[in-house]
Design a protein around this ligand. Structure first.
Ligand SMILES: NC(=O)c1ccc[n+]([C@@H]2O[C@H](COP(=O)([O-])OP(=O)(O)OC[C@H]3O[C@@H](n4cnc5c(N)ncnc54)[C@H](O)[C@@H]3O)[C@@H](O)[C@H]2O)c1
Length: 260
């Protein structure tokens, strides 16, 4: 029997890297994909020999997805247990302060990247019993975040794709979930700068905390499907209360957090 396998985008750094390390430690075959080829190659060199592959993949390029998945499937012993759509980018500031080209790029990577991956991976997921897709959303998929409007919108789109595909693909035995962290200590939060929301909420999660949640999602087999996975108590609390409070109160709280 071959090892279970996970295909990780954005694996050169931050959450993708921590997830790769976690799954490799547990004996999985790990596919490392990123625009940063040197980064994924350096990571592969640190993982046990024969337990990973590292390739350049720009998630916005559908043809590159096809080639990467084909090669990965052959190398991993004809299985794709988990597709982890993790690659993402962010720019912080009011809408008019961020160039339209950058906003489009955020949409291309964060939404089209996930869409491309799901579309290209389906034939391989169908061939792997109990396969899963885990998409990287964010706590900003709960309420639109001022200062992160387009980023937040892309994470709402990831949420919608996740919810819809988890129902569409039930007939294939494939589960689709997403992960919702608040701020995580990675290079990405440098792009958030000293925004009020970062100051209000703090950075209380490490990439390893998120990798642990990915591991939990990968092994969750409960009868009741859990689609959304907030990471950490703080995010859980916000997730639970956002669904219960009236709209005006949610708006007031989010305004206080993001504009103080
Ligand atoms: N850091 C946070 O606070 C936080 C919070 C919630 C959600 N997230 C999400 O987690 C994911 C990972 O973020 P991170 O914090 O580890 O960021 P990071 O910047 O540390 O790592 C992102 C990785 O994605 C790669 N990447 C960027 N564009 C790519 C592309 N077009 N194709 C392939 N790879 C590409 C980068 O090279 C990098 O290695 C993102 O989707 C992000 O939105 C992060």
């Amino acid at each position: 029997m071959s090892r279970p396998s996970i295909f990780i985008t954005g694996a050169a750094a931050g959450i993708g890297r921590a997830t790769a390390e976690r799954f490799a430690r547990e004996g999985w075959f790990v596919g490392l994909f990123d625009v940063d080829l040197a980064g994924v190659q350096a990571l592969a060199a640190q993982l046990p020999a024969g337990q990973s592959c590292a390739t350049r993949l720009d998630v916005t390029d559908p043809a590159a997805w096809d080639a990467a998945l084909k090669a990965f499937f052959e190398t991993s012993g004809n299985r794709l247990d988990i597709l982890f759509n993790n690659a993402g980018i962010l720019a912080s500031g009011d809408l008019e302060q961020i160039s339209l080209a950058m906003q489009h790029k955020i949409v291309d990577v964060n939404i089209k990247g996930v869409m491309n991956g799901c579309h290209a991976a389906l034939p391989y997921l169908k061939q792997t019993p109990s396969a899963r897709v885990i998409n990287m959303a964010s706590a900003s998929a709960m309420y639109g975040q001022p200062g992160l409007a387009t980023y937040s919108a892309t994470k709402f789109a990831v949420r919608a794709l996740t919810e819809a595909l988890d129902i569409e693909w039930e007939k294939h035995g494939i589960r689709v979930s997403d992960i919702w962290p608040l701020f995580v200590q990675t290079a990405m939060i440098k792009d958030v700068g000293d925004s009020p929301s970062l100051k209000s909420m703090g950075v209380n999660l490490t990439p390893q905390n998120v990798a642990d949640t990915v591991w939990k999602v990968a092994h969750h087999r409960g009868l009741f499907r859990r689609v959304h996975w907030p990471v950490g108590l703080q995010t859980w609390f916000i997730y639970r209360t956002t669904g219960l409070i009236p709209d005006w109160l949610a708006r007031w709280i989010n305004k206080r957090i993001a504009t103080n």
